[in-house]
Design a binder for this molecule. Structure first.
Ligand SMILES: [Zn+2]
Length: 247
């Protein structure tokens, strides 16, 4: 009986469900880490193993953190331009429902169900200083030239504009793992970067330095900022940090 004692205690700011359960990270990740010898499984800054996705809407831990930020920082009736790169479906749904007056566009290189197919290192369809806010989460770890991508995000943002810029960060390494000449196959990428379609694994300092070197100011919101109670309620890993860049 007691093993059910802690169930049904979470809140999902994406679908607004209260007292619900969250599902663990799909077992496939642990299995592949074991199978291919990925050393840093479970040591990422953000990804929680036990409370990964909302049972009701499927929103991941990071989508819940982004929804919390949007909820706290926008009233819902403002008019602004929001661009969403490789949009997370549940978060996209939340944004469309929640914000009535925004000009919202989605971008992706491969997916068909977005407004614009675009390579994040060459956003020539977007003018300089065009958008007020962007969300670019778990994109740049897939991109060979991540610096170029960050610079494009800087270029398209209005002065004073902000963006959520996130990538998987390993707290177990001090230097980003990337450009390994022998890493060529899916199996290799599982082993060194933790996923078959990633091209690097960020160390925290490198991630921060690349953002700052591209001209952005960086705001970091963590458990101290939101409070332990809120982090617990949203099922977030204690070490999770929300990176909000600003031009
Ligand atoms: Zn949900």
């Amino acid at each position: 009986m007691f093993k059910y004692f802690t169930r049904h205690r979470y809140y999902c700011p994406v679908c607004l469900s209260k007292n619900i359960d969250f599902k663990p990270l799909p077992a496939m990740y642990a299995q592949n880490a074991e199978k291919y010898g990925y050393k840093y499984f479970g040591k990422s800054e953000m990804t929680t193993l036990d409370t990964y996705s909302c049972l009701k809407c499927g929103a991941s831990d990071r989508e819940r953190l982004y929804a919390l930020y949007l909820e706290n920082n926008f009233k819902g009736d403002e008019s602004f331009i929001l661009y969403h790169f490789s949009p997370e479906k549940r978060l996209q749904h939340y944004i469309i429902k929640r914000f009535n007056n925004i000009q919202y566009k989605t971008f992706d290189l491969k997916a068909n169900d977005v407004d614009i197919k675009a390579d994040i290192t060459n956003l020539n369809m977007i003018s300089e200083n065009e958008c007020d806010f962007f969300i670019c989460s778990h994109v740049i770890e897939h991109v060979e030239d991540d610096i170029k991508a960050i610079k494009e995000l800087y270029r398209i943002l209005k002065p004073g504009g902000k963006g959520i810029l996130m990538a998987p960060i390993s707290l177990a390494i001090n230097k980003t793992i990337e450009n390994l000449p022998d890493v060529k196959t899916d199996e290799d990428r599982w082993k060194y970067y933790g996923q078959n379609d990633h091209v690097r694994l960020y160390a925290k300092n490198d991630f921060i330095n690349r953002i700052k070197a591209s001209g952005f100011k960086l705001n970091m919101f963590d458990e101290r900022y939101y409070g332990k109670k809120m982090y617990k309620k949203l099922g977030l890993k204690k070490t999770s940090v929300l990176y909000v860049v600003e031009k």
